[in-house]
Design a protein around this ligand. Structure first.
Ligand code: PPS
Length: 292
């Protein structure tokens, strides 16, 4: 079962969701004017984007941290390539933060001149795959694929927005020297959120007091984000169906793949990915009880 052409298209070798972006807009991003203070949060889908967005917002905006501002993360930190609300990005106050799933070679040219900062977050691909499968059931812009096995084969073949997981991650890691970039993993954030927050503060050159760091960490836990309407993506734009069954913040853990994948499916992912993953400078962990 091939993906429906109504849901995806390819441009410059990369798979995009059909209704959220045009090839012309993608091309225009090459010359997107960036500011030195900009931060670009880059991920393959379902790798911890919204989580890191929330952490960034809590670090950068005191009003978010102390609860005096009620601005949703998705409004404050828009998607670079999916400008669904037609915002004027030049009118956003500095520092601007953009989220993006773009591969390294489609990002604004000046990012590759080491202007602005990039934070790249990776997650182990089995949890990405399972999260993606569930997400496809609650979002209008993805084709619903009831059979996990079919979704898995599409994921492995790169026939989903974001293309092949391994290409995305390898591309960014192997071009690290072109960017001013911080690499993080979902798993290290889950295992030691405080250290990840401190790494981000350091990268951004932000000095927070001990109390402020504590406040960021507390508000960025899965449980607290789920309750926070600024961060939980429960009221999403019209692209979502308002589906009662699924939540954007679904499980938020490491190793949920074991609850859905059979041994054969897990081996199939290993067969396609694991050998090549050994070349990446990342220590992947696959279970919440594994040590970093
Ligand atoms: S998207 O659609 O690409 O922007 O999705 P993304 O935000 O990258 O990934 C969604 C998954 O991240 C989980 N999440 C969290 N996990 C742990 N702690 C916190 N605070 C947190 N916030 C979001 C979210 O639950 C999705 O993972 P799954 O496995 O589906 O729960």
């Amino acid at each position: 079962m091939e993906p429906s052409k109504d849901y995806i298209f390819y441009h410059k070798g990369f798979c995009f969701p059909e209704n959220l972006i045009t090839p012309e807009y993608i091309d225009s991003l090459e010359t997107f004017e960036i500011r030195d203070s900009d931060v670009f949060l880059v991920t393959f889908p379902k790798s911890g984007t919204v989580w890191t967005q929330n952490i960034l917002s809590l670090i950068i905006h005191e009003g978010h941290r102390n609860g005096t501002e009620n601005i949703k993360n998705m409004d404050r930190m828009p998607w670079l390539e999916f400008n669904i609300k037609n915002l004027d990005y030049t009118a956003l106050p500095s520092p601007r933060v953009f989220a993006t799933h773009l591969p390294y070679y489609l990002t604004p040219r000046d990012l590759r001149n080491k202007r602005a900062r990039v934070i790249y977050v990776t997650r182990n691909p089995k949890d990405v795959l399972v999260s993606y499968f569930h997400f496809s059931k609650i979002i209008d812009t993805l084709e619903k694929v009831p059979d996990f096995n079919i979704f898995m084969e599409r994921f492995l073949a790169g026939k989903v927005p974001g293309s092949k997981w391994l290409d995305h991650v390898t591309g960014w890691y192997s071009h690290a020297e072109d960017f001013n970039i911080l690499f993080l993993t979902y798993e290290e954030m889950k295992k030691d959120l405080r250290s990840a927050v401190l790494k981000i503060c350091d990268f951004l050159g932000r000095k927070l007091s001990e109390k402020e760091v504590e406040s960021v960490v507390r508000q960025a836990t899965f449980e607290n984000m789920k309750k926070d309407p600024r961060a939980n993506y429960e009221k999403l734009p019209e692209v979502f169906e308002g589906n009662e069954e699924g939540h954007f913040l679904r499980k938020g853990t490491i190793g949920d793949w074991k609850n859905i994948m059979t041994v054969a499916q897990s081996e199939r992912v290993d067969e396609v990915l694991k050998k090549k993953m050994e070349n990446l400078p990342i220590k992947f962990i696959w279970d919440i009880n594994d040590q970093m």
